[in-house]
Design a protein around this ligand. Structure first.
Ligand SMILES: [Fe+2]
Length: 287
């Protein structure tokens, strides 16, 4: 599903400025495509991910809170059939013309989101928001995707693993669509949806994307990273600017949760002095 211009112009401008800040050293290459096929492994060559970073980022709150925009949280809740959702992946990804050959084969993402396979019931899976923070034309590396009905129509539904790779690619090529959309647009998809990256061909061009993956709280079959593993990153930018509902997406208990006591409030405030814990304190007073 493509949601054009989901983020408004001021939000896009603030996030794009943050991309400039966190990926500043990039030389802009002209039209010539540097072929990353030297080792014959261009499918998901490391160069495609040269400017790819996990949240939080050393920049303003704009990019740090983009993945937990209240409207995205609302959509995740609808899609997953629960109010209690968790953000389990959030990455900024910049691509630049000539930095790599960004062409990928069609693939599905479940291999690094679960150790098994996608559930038949969508709410047991997850939803990924792929957010463009720069305009994406056909020459700016649009993501190409195949809708579930189209995939089924060409025989590439959930049991496509029974076909050869070459056969799958050939069939999907006939129904793939490019997600060409203005900055601020969102492509929402599941871990079972076929998609692929494509090359940037516009001279000196870039493509800025943020990914945000949500799952139901308590769904241990889906995962990607544990946020505390990244504890040395600048979390205060998020804690000092996020709402309780946004923090809950990272697993921070909501105000009123039994986790919060006088002692845990004091300890948390000591760890994060800039965090406004008023809602948590007030909820404890009312309890
Ligand atoms: Fe992918």
């Amino acid at each position: 599903m493509v949601l054009p211009s989901f983020f408004h112009a001021q939000e896009v401008a603030a996030v794009a400025a943050d991309f400039e800040r966190i990926f500043p050293q990039v030389e802009r290459h002209p039209t010539a495509l540097r072929q990353a096929r030297d080792d014959g492994q261009a499918r998901f060559h490391a160069r495609q991910f040269a400017h790819f970073e996990n949240i939080p980022f050393a920049c303003s709150p704009a990019l740090n809170l983009a993945a937990v925009h209240p409207a995205l949280i609302a959509m995740a809740r609808d899609a997953l059939g629960t109010r209690d959702v968790r953000l389990y992946q959030a990455q900024a990804w910049a691509k630049f013309t000539g930095e790599a050959d960004y062409d990928q084969p069609f693939h599905v993402d479940y291999n690094n989101h679960t150790l098994t396979v996608p559930a038949e019931d969508d709410v047991r899976n997850s939803i990924t928001f792929f957010i463009y923070f720069s305009e994406v034309t056909d020459a700016h590396g649009p993501v190409h995707y195949v809708s579930r009905p189209d995939a089924a129509r060409v025989g590439c539904g959930p049991d496509a693993y029974m076909l050869s790779e070459a056969d799958v690619q050939a069939r999907l090529q006939t129904v793939g669509q490019a997600c060409i959309a203005p900055a601020g647009s969102v492509f929402a998809y599941g871990i079972d949806v076929w998609h692929r990256g494509s090359n940037l061909t516009a001279p000196y061009a870039h493509r800025y994307v943020m990914t945000a993956c949500f799952k139901r709280a308590g769904n241990d079959s889906i995962g990607y990273c544990a946020w505390p593993y990244h504890h040395l990153k600048p979390w205060d930018t998020i804690f000092d600017h996020a709402t309780p509902e946004q923090l809950a997406c990272f697993g921070v208990p909501l105000p009123g949760d039994p986790f919060w006591t006088t002692l845990t409030l004091a300890r948390a405030q000591h760890r994060r002095p800039g965090w406004d814990m008023t809602p948590w304190r007030e909820a404890l007073c009312k309890a």
